[in-house]
Design a protein around this ligand. Structure first.
Ligand SMILES: Cc1ncc(COP(=O)(O)O)c(C=O)c1O
Length: 448
């Protein structure tokens, strides 16, 4: 740096402000609020350009399930890059993607046997919607064109996935572009209020039965609605939804983009309810944050629905093929990393390792529940959350906790007035203790 030049951090911020259009950030905010400038990351830690260290309290938007720069993943990526970078998925396959599909099906809820690879969580959901829709269109139930979603759902930012929010507040501006979804009535059931959950389940069952003829599928985030503020519901409700969709012969689509890969303490949240959905979407932990890649898993019944109609010409059967594909379907680098993720899960028993961490997180949330400014807390697996204030998504208490946490070396972005932790699944226990201490102090600074 020559004399008079601004320090590297200020240079980066100036360039970002001049040329980057960041997500969910107004130009005014972009110009006035200083971002962290993260230069490195390792394990559960982010390191800024000045060498300050922050615990990554949300595993970088819920992706870095194995921590940052896991040496095995970095090696798998480099090895694959030295062999095959990319090849079009049209008319080709390659060893990584074929093996990954088999390995993924082996750990998926029994009965999911087919994998379509894409880029991110939103597109994994788009593909599930398209499979469900096209399946009914070409298998004699063309009136099944609609989807039912839970209220406060979040399934991604692309237009199909965004439609599943029912045009809620978050995407209100795009309302005219979104398709019409049946949104389940909201519930104020909480925690182990069994009677309230049962009543809610009754209403959902009745809705599914009443709309069976028009329903292409029911889409849910199993057990935890992440973006809604880590809202949790009991496994029994998910099991009831499976039964109700089975009775109505419509499809259950499990969006495990957030919940999958051990986040809830089981490989899939569906496992906790003993449920196999008809379609399952996975992303984020799928590549443990190294690369954008995702997958939609389906049953053999659905796959068979894309074969040529009986008596139809087999090759012309392509006209019944799934009409969806991307430049990077089954990307070799992503596939190599995703295979190594599964290998680490096997070798290190990553999912079993969630239990001791979950116990610490649950205890910390129970402590926070005693603070006067905390309305409610909850925990499941590696996720712990606390609701403060009444401001919902646009409340100010969460932002104050964020600032307090940063001052204590913890990066913990809130969801409005819900503050939460969701660190890497394999966070070392001493790091988790530091994280929970910083989080507890930050919440207490605002809510005591
Ligand atoms: C449940 C769920 N589905 C889908 C998505 C969208 O994933 P992506 O941001 O990778 O497109 C998210 C993102 O947070 C999510 O939580």
């Amino acid at each position: 740096m020559s004399a008079g030049e601004p320090p590297p951090r200020d240079q980066v911020i100036a360039l970002a402000r001049r040329h980057v259009w960041p997500p969910y950030t107004s130009p005014e905010r972009h110009e006035q609020v200083e971002p962290l400038v993260i230069a490195e990351a390792e394990g559960a830690w982010l390191v800024d350009l000045d060498g300050r260290r922050y615990l990554d309290g949300n595993a970088s938007w819920w992706t870095a399930t194995l921590g940052h720069r896991h040496p095995r993943l970095v090696r798998a990526l480099a090895d694959q890059a030295a062999r095959l970078d990319h090849v079009a998925a049209g008319g080709t396959t390659h060893p990584q993607v074929a093996r990954l599909a088999a390995e993924l099906c082996a750990v998926a809820p029994a009965g999911l046997t087919r994998v379509h690879f894409t880029d991110d969580g939103s597109t994994a959901v788009e593909v599930a919607l398209k499979i469900a829709f096209q399946y009914w269109q070409q298998n004699g139930r063309a009136a099944r064109r609609r989807f039912l979603a839970l209220s406060s759902a979040y399934h991604g930012d692309t237009l199909g996935a965004a439609s599943l929010t029912g045009g809620g507040e978050f995407f209100a501006v795009f309302g005219p572009m979104l398709f019409d979804v049946i949104v389940a009535p909201p519930t104020d059931a909480h925690d182990d209020d069994d009677a309230a959950w049962t009543a809610f389940g009754d209403r959902l069952e009745a809705l599914i039965a009443a709309r069976a003829d028009e329903l292409a599928g029911v889409v849910v985030e199993p057990l935890v609605q992440g973006a809604a503020g880590m809202r949790m519901y009991p496994p029994a409700l998910l099991a009831r939804l499976r039964e109700a969709t089975r009775r109505a012969d419509t499809l259950l689509i499990a969006d495990e983009v957030f919940t999958g890969y051990g986040r809830t303490g089981a490989m899939w949240a569906c496992d906790l309810a003993g449920v196999t959905p008809d379609l399952l979407c996975t992303a984020k932990g799928f590549t443990a944050g190294l690369l954008p890649m995702a997958a939609t898993l389906a049953t053999e019944r659905l796959y068979d629905g894309f074969r040529a109609a009986p008596g139809g010409a087999t090759v012309a059967g392509a006209s019944r093929a799934l009409m969806h594909g991307h430049s990077f379907c089954g990307h070799p680098l992503g596939a190599a990393v995703a295979r190594e993720v599964l290998a680490i899960y096997r070798d290190d028993d990553v999912v079993a390792g969630v239990a001791p961490r979950a116990a610490k997180i649950a205890a910390a949330m129970a402590d926070l529940a005693r603070l006067p400014g905390v309305r409610r807390t909850r925990a499941l697996g590696i996720v712990g959350a606390a609701d403060l204030g009444d401001g919902g998504y646009h409340g100010g208490a969460g932002a104050r906790v964020y600032a307090e946490a940063l001052a204590r070396g913890l990066y913990a972005r809130p969801l409005g007035d819900t503050v939460y932790v969701c660190p890497p699944l394999n966070i070392p226990l001493p790091d988790l203790d530091l994280l929970l201490a910083a989080f507890g102090e930050a919440v207490a600074a605002v809510a005591a």
